[in-house]
Design a protein around this ligand. Sequence first.
Ligand code: PLP
Length: 294
Amino acid sequence: MKLSPSAIETFLFRGRDFYVKRDDTIDPLLSGNKYRKLYTLLQTAPQDYTKILSYGGIQSNAMLSIAALCHQKGWEFHYTAKTIPSSVKRDVTGNLKMAMELGMKLHEVSPADYDAEIALLRSKESESTTLLVSQGGADPLAQQGVEVLADEIRAWKKENRHTSLTIVTPSGTGTTAYYLAQALPEHTIVTTPVIGDSAYLLTQLARLGSHPENLQLLQSEKKYHFGKPYAEFLKLYRELKQSGLEFDLLYGTKMWLVLLENMESLEGDILYVHSGGIIGNETMLERYVYKGMS
Ligand SMILES: *Cc1c(COP(=O)(O)O)cnc(C)c1O
């Protein structure tokens, strides 16, 4: 599967022009940076694997993307997660529901056994047709696909004669931002930690290698907990949407918040790499309603 590059569009927001790389339009299930991170596997022949293993949160975008990939390739997909509350199990929704419908096999383990179970998964990988994908796709496997993204940006920049460009994208594991910074040393890549704080993100990044000099971390003034509804996120999400683009409520909205707080310190034009994840908004918006924040 070889796709044409995703479009780069201008986005007028709060009286300023931004450029947005529309990776959210690549595929509804394999969208945004998950498509990029799974690119190598998408190029892999179906007969090369029989089984993919992964683990993490039960509404994870990576989980859904891997499920879609395995469905496409005819591979079994086994996903390990911490025991799900029975209230959730009674009414499975969102990414989990879709992933199960795509044939994902869920393995629940108690929080106490979780780490040991993940270690065990690593030993199962010795079977040559079984592959373990780290949580969130935080894997050297992601490098190739992010390099394709970097090539697309470079080609666009050349064609449009942009000289100074700051590239912005949110981070969970930081895998996308890391490989993007490595592939585009001539640009500053700005990101923000969405899961945990900067210290946590730096630890995640260090697993991939030494810190690229051009990778800049920005933190929000206020501290936010991952996955929790915040009135200011909802407000900004709506304002962005009214201006013409939808971003996801977990990562995108936080990145925009931090970006707007730091506009003066950023140089040249801003290219925002849309990381996808729109499909998760439905369950997030339900949580906002539940909290009385709609
Ligand atoms: C997974 C995800 C991220 C985080 O990507 P990392 O490469 O883990 O930093 C950012 N945005 C969205 C919408 C995601 O689904």
